[in-house]
Design a protein around this ligand. Sequence first.
Ligand SMILES: [Zn+2]
Ligand SMILES: [Zn+2]
Ligand SMILES: [Zn+2]
Length: 90
Amino acid sequence: MLIGPDGRLIRSRAQAPEADLSGATAIACSSCVRAADGKVVCSQCERALCGQCVRTCWGCGAVACALCGLVDCSGVWEKALCTSCAMFEA
Ligand SMILES: [Zn+2]
Ligand SMILES: [Zn+2]
Ligand SMILES: [Zn+2]
């Protein structure tokens, strides 16, 4: 941060406004453009997920991203199964 001639704070580098989260290291969600807090990680590919994109297997409770994880059985995300549970189910 720099202080400009008019007394305002100026960022030394231009940053994307969306990524400006309390100065912490913002982790991008692997599925969307939102920032993830890094607490939820796909159990399959270990990429960070935001709360919107995380899928939870209703068989074993594993979390996974929409890409590699859970098989959508009925068109309802609450009924998603991870790959191993989907094998048992089939
Ligand atoms: Zn997301
Ligand atoms: Zn994944
Ligand atoms: Zn499962």
